[in-house]
Design a protein. Structure first.
Length: 194
């Protein structure tokens, strides 16, 4: 009697395997050396299955990041400004340390400005804008509680978390937990406190 191999994967199951293989390849070999053949081998599928869905490496990588970057979740409400800001900074840090976050950093570090533009747009949409929006919500709540000066609510302050975290990740690697706390205690709180 002949045994059959594992059932052929289709749909979302196959797509998830392809996304996982894409992230693994990005982190281990980089964007320039990423190949559809390597992704197909990692996903244990044929190259044709990938090309049917994604005609180019760029489209595959963009869809992979769209599907796998962590969701920001709702604004934290710990009852204190410091607690809320720490939660936001730690969420951003966790996203940077995730496999999709590592893959995003590889791409941003490897591509020139023009070739990175679609990825920068995606990172703005999925990471920077949500982080700024959540920071704004936390600061507004802080104004209501009397912890934040009303004049501290400006776009530069709201963008501090993603800006500093992305700068540090690009130049030195993701901040440690202690450095994340320093961002809150030595930069954010002195900037906004009432």
């Amino acid at each position: 009697m002949q045994t059959q191999g594992p059932p052929r994967r289709r749909g979302k199951v196959l797509e998830q395997a392809i996304f996982q293989a894409t992230l693994d390849e990005l982190v281990s070999t980089g964007y320039a050396r990423l190949s559809m053949e390597a992704v197909a081998a990692g996903a244990r599928t044929g190259k044709a299955a990938i090309y049917r869905r994604w005609p180019s490496k760029q489209e595959l990588v963009l869809d992979t990041l769209r599907a796998t970057l962590p969701e920001p979740g709702p604004a934290p409400d710990t009852g204190s400004l410091r607690g809320d800001l720490l939660e936001l900074v730690n969420r951003t840090r966790a996203a940077m340390l995730s496999l999709p976050g590592c893959a995003g950093r590889v791409i941003m570090g490897e591509l020139d400005h023009e070739r990175a533009a679609p990825f920068v747009g995606l990172m703005h949409q999925r990471v920077i804008a949500p982080s700024s929006s959540l920071t704004r919500e936390v600061l507004i709540r802080g104004v209501v509680r009397g912890e934040v000066r009303a004049d501290a609510m400006n776009p530069m302050v709201v963008d501090l978390i993603p800006a500093v975290m992305m700068y540090r990740a690009k130049t030195q690697g993701p901040p440690s937990e202690a450095e994340a706390a320093e961002l809150v205690d030595q930069v954010l709180l002195p900037t906004v406190r009432a």
